[in-house]
Every structure is written in structure tokens, then in C-alpha cells.
Design a protein around this ligand. Structure first.
Ligand SMILES: [Cu+2]
Length: 218
């Protein structure tokens, strides 16, 4: 019994010490009117390029629900495979003409669309040939350290190895530039770095089409 207890304590200790080997950053994103900005993508790149880990591509999903892309902004790591399941009862025809990736998924319904592999970092603007208003963005990141802001404008990135990082931030309202840069942060094990970041964004008008999905559709 004592041995079991001892093992239990050892396990807890190891767990705590591995948690301490990383830091985190919390950023509060506001616009020029001091309003919280949702869907801003924050990216951290180690200042020392030898600290950049190998990217691990993932399987990601951008849904189509009520004739909208969900989520509106999706950050993914470069090399990831993105699936575009159609959850509507009408067909979509998803495309992008962006330099980071140009592709087209012909009229389809359900999960029949083949995934698209996004190798090149950059911004992929999504549209639908049938529904002109459908607009979505995939930010293909060249670093594994990224996250996007919630409705209250906060972004959290945890599990960051200790070190200095260059930060970038991007939002659809900033246009197709790579975003704003220039801030650096030092991450220390077990510490939380907090900062406020004000960005200039053009208002993004998004009209909900929910009601129109009740009808016969097209
Ligand atoms: Cu569509």
C-alpha cells in the first residue's frame, strides 16, 4: 500500500514539473475604438530560428452551416489537410484564388469533398460560387504557436517553451497583408505574459442568412 502511495506522489510530481517547463501568453486585442476584436490570429515565432520546432500538420475542418463558413477564421499549421463538410441541405461550390492556395471543390453536398492540403503559409480566402456572400479565411501558419481571439478579444497560447518570440497579429479587417508585427515577448517557464494589442481594423459586415436556409434553398 505504501509503495502504491509513493508511486502516486511520484506521478503527481512529474506531472507538475513538466507543466512548469513552459510558459503562456495572454493577449487582449482591441480595435481603434477600444472594442474587443474577435477572430484575430496571434502568431509567435522564436527569435532564434534554431528553436523553431518541426511543424506537425493536422486534419482540420471548415464547415458550411446555414450558408456560412464555420468558423469564419481558421488558423492552421502549414501542411495541414482541411476538410470542408457541407452541413446544409443545399450544395456549395467552395473555391479560393489566393496565392497561398488556389483550389475549387465543384458543387457538392455532405462529406463528399476531398480535403485540401495547405502547404504554403499565408492567407487563403474562401468563397462559394453559388452563395456570393459566403466568405471565410484560413490563416496558414509557419509556426506551431498560434491561436485566435474569442468574442471578448482574448487570445491564449500556452505550452510555450522558454525563450524570446517575435509576435504577429492578423485579422480579416486588416486586409491581405501579413498583419502587424514588431512586438517581442520573453517567455519564462511557469510564467504568464499578458499584454494589450490595439489594431486598426475596417468594420467587417456579416449578414446572417440563417432564416433563408429554412426555405427551398438554391
Ligand atoms: Cu454555397
Amino acid at each position: 500500500m505504501q509503495i502504491l502511495n509513493f508511486k502516486g506522489w511520484t506521478a503527481i510530481f512529474l506531472c507538475l514539473s513538466s507543466l512548469a517547463q513552459a510558459g503562456e501568453i495572454r493577449v487582449n486585442v482591441k480595435d481603434q475604438h477600444a472594442k474587443p476584436v474577435e477572430d484575430a490570429v496571434l502568431l509567435l515565432t522564436p527569435v532564434d530560428p534554431t528553436k523553431m520546432p518541426r511543424l506537425k500538420p493536422k486534419d482540420e475542418v471548415v464547415d458550411q452551416i446555414d450558408k456560412e463558413f464555420m468558423p469564419y477564421v481558421k488558423p492552421v499549421v502549414a501542411g495541414s489537410k482541411v476538410f470542408f463538410p457541407n452541413k446544409d441541405n443545399v450544395r456549395h461550390h467552395v473555391y479560393s484564388f489566393s496565392p497561398a492556395k488556389s483550389f475549387e471543390i465543384q458543387l457538392y453536398s455532405g462529406k463528399s469533398a476531398a480535403p485540401v492540403v495547405l502547404e504554403k503559409p499565408g492567407i487563403v480566402v474562401l468563397g462559394c460560387n453559388i452563395h456570393d456572400w459566403m466568405l471565410g479565411y484560413i490563416y496558414v501558419a509557419d509556426t506551431p504557436y498560434f491561436a485566435k481571439s474569442k468574442a471578448d478579444g482574448t487570445i491564449l497560447i500556452d505550452g510555450l517553451p522558454e525563450g524570446d518570440y517575435q509576435m504577429r497579429i492578423w485579422h480579416p479587417g486588416m486586409g491581405m497583408t501579413a498583419g502587424e508585427t514588431g512586438k517581442q515577448v520573453s517567455i519564462h517557464d511557469g510564467n504568464v505574459s499578458q499584454l494589450n494589442w490595439q489594431i486598426n481594423v475596417k468594420p467587417v459586415t456579416r449578414i446572417s442568412r440563417k432564416s433563408s436556409s429554412q426555405g427551398p434553398g438554391y
